[in-house]
Design a protein around this ligand. Structure first.
Ligand code: FES
Length: 105
């Protein structure tokens, strides 16, 4: 699946990932600035934070408690905030759009 990550300044990055890979990992592989993933995907840093575009809200599975707890520490948290290390690429995410916060800290 191919997804689009948009930085806060509007710069778009097309990221191609594999089914089963986390969006954080796919974004790191593509060296997208703005996704940090300091903890390596262990749901304990909140530096892989992104906002899922409203049109795609129904496609991503609901966050589990560990992710919700960690999102408390996310910078610029919004309704649509997710930790991308906890989102696994699926075929139905092809074309999905996520926006990145201005900063992860
Ligand atoms: Fe640390 Fe996602 S990479 S919480």
């Amino acid at each position: 699946p191919k997804i689009t990550l948009i930085e806060s300044d509007g710069t778009q990055h097309i990221v191609v990932g594999e089914v089963g890979q986390s969006i954080m990992q796919a974004a790191m592989n593509a060296m997208v600035p703005g996704i940090q993933g300091d903890c390596g995907g262990a749901c304990s840093c909140a530096t892989c934070h992104a906002f899922v575009d409203d049109a795609w809200a129904g496609v991503v599975p609901a966050a589990e408690d560990a992710e919700l707890d960690m999102l408390e520490f996310a910078n610029e948290r919004q309704e649509t905030s997710r930790l991308t290390c906890q989102l696994t690429m699926q075929e139905n995410m092809d074309g999905m759009v996520l926006r990145l916060p201005e900063s992860q800290y």
